[in-house]
Design a protein around this ligand. Structure first.
Ligand SMILES: Nc1ncnc2c1ncn2[C@@H]1O[C@H](COP(=O)(O)OP(=O)(O)O)[C@@H](O)[C@H]1O
Ligand SMILES: [Mg+2]
Length: 355
């Protein structure tokens, strides 16, 4: 494994699904026990006829992958979340947690990152949204990308980051490195799990604190999942404008509630109204992503966060995707609509941004 892009060892361990590993059009391989393998291609899930000879063979493959990245996967550690040298992600769950034998999901790291221009070409957003997003980044609004799992959050965050002007110092914090910023002045930091003896853990919260001491112009956080939300909110409210992150949520409004819930996980006591004011004050805009029934991904909504009203969150949709019809074969028709002008139009004009 000297070559960082060599995943041939993966093909060796996972011979039954080798042809999907080699197929650039396959984005995810899902192994559900020895007899059932699904793949995702072009946003759609397909069943395959691939099979492993036995549960033991499948389990051995999972163990070998774990060993090759120096992580435990056994009775005592029955779940594995690993990044392979080529950037692919492997998630595995062993029986008896999984009731159908060893389960594994491999998300291939696409060699070509999706740029904003590429997203525009494939209809994930329109020109108006493109200009709006660019304006939000240039005007240093803090942005949270929300959406369901695999709706395209990380891809959109990565594309958004391309609007950050060259010359700014960007600190990137991730659990497992997925983002690839194009700027020259980027400092990527990655969390670390505790070793077998429970030593050496470095969390998102630790890294956010480190980032603040490293003179960031912007902080980009791969995904907010827990108490680090509070550290981030505090950083944003103390002047680190123009930061970006993603969070799992069902709508722009739900995104704010999820941030609040995550901040509460920090265990730090803070009155609810104060926390809500921090959330509403810190987040400038929410970019909500969705995977439609035909497998296509869209920026479903771009919303601005308004001040609290009677202690409740308020958002204002600026632009959104509107589905008009879904044909029997699942094809989705619709378009992007402008709903409102952003409140920072005058400020945007000062930056020379036009909508
Ligand atoms: N706009 C898009 N068009 C087509 N495929 C996309 C788009 N956005 C993301 N994808 C693909 O969808 C998968 C999940 O994307 P990702 O950004 O990792 O989602 P999330 O972070 O929400 O889990 C990846 O394989 C990615 O290449
Ligand atoms: Mg993601």
């Amino acid at each position: 494994m000297t070559d960082a892009n060599d995943n041939s060892f993966l093909a060796l361990f996972l011979e039954p699904v080798g042809k999907y590993l080699a197929d650039e059009t396959v984005s995810e391989i899902m192994i559900n026990g020895k007899d059932s393998v699904y793949i995702e291609r072009g946003g759609k899930i397909e069943e395959t006829d691939a099979k492993f000879v036995s549960e033991n063979a499948l389990r051995a493959a999972a163990s070998n992958i774990a060993r090759s990245v120096g992580r435990p996967l056994d009775e005592a550690h029955p779940r594995l979340n690993a990044r392979l040298p080529d950037g692919s992600r492997v998630y595995a769950v062993l029986p008896p947690l999984s009731r159908i034998g060893t389960v594994m999901s491999i998300r291939r790291f696409s060699k070509e990152a999706l740029t904003m221009e590429r997203l525009l070409e494939c209809g994930s957003l329109d020109d108006g949204m493109y200009r709006l997003l660019r304006g939000l980044v240039l005007a240093r609004r803090n942005i949270v990308v929300s959406g369901a799992t695999s709706s395209g959050k990380t891809s959109v965050l990565n594309a958004l980051s391309s609007f950050i002007p060259e010359g700014e110092r960007v600190i990137v914090i991730e659990d497992a490195s997925e983002l690839r910023l194009q700027q020259r002045h980027v400092v990527p930091l990655e969390t670390r799990k505790a070793d077998r003896n429970g030593q050496g853990e470095t969390t998102m919260r630790d890294l956010i604190r480190s980032a603040l001491r490293l003179r960031p112009d912007r902080i980009v956080i791969g995904e907010i999942r827990g108490g680090e939300a509070l550290d981030l909110l505090q950083a944003l409210n103390t002047g680190h404008a123009g930061s970006m992150s993603t969070i799992h949520a069902n709508s722009p409004l739900d995104c704010l509630r999820r941030l609040e819930t995550c901040a509460l996980l920090s265990g730090i006591e803070i009155p609810l109204y104060a926390l809500r004011a921090q959330v509403a004050g810190a987040v400038g805009a929410i970019v909500h992503t969705a995977r439609l029934p035909d497998g296509s991904r869209k920026i479903a909504s771009v919303a601005e966060v308004l001040p609290l009203d009677g202690g409740e969150y308020r958002v204002r949709e600026l632009r959104a995707w509107r589905t008009e019809s879904v044909s029997p074969d699942g094809k989705v028709r619709g378009g992007f609509a402008k709903i409102a002008d952003p409140t920072f139009l005058a400020e945007a004009a000062a930056y020379g941004i036009e909508f």
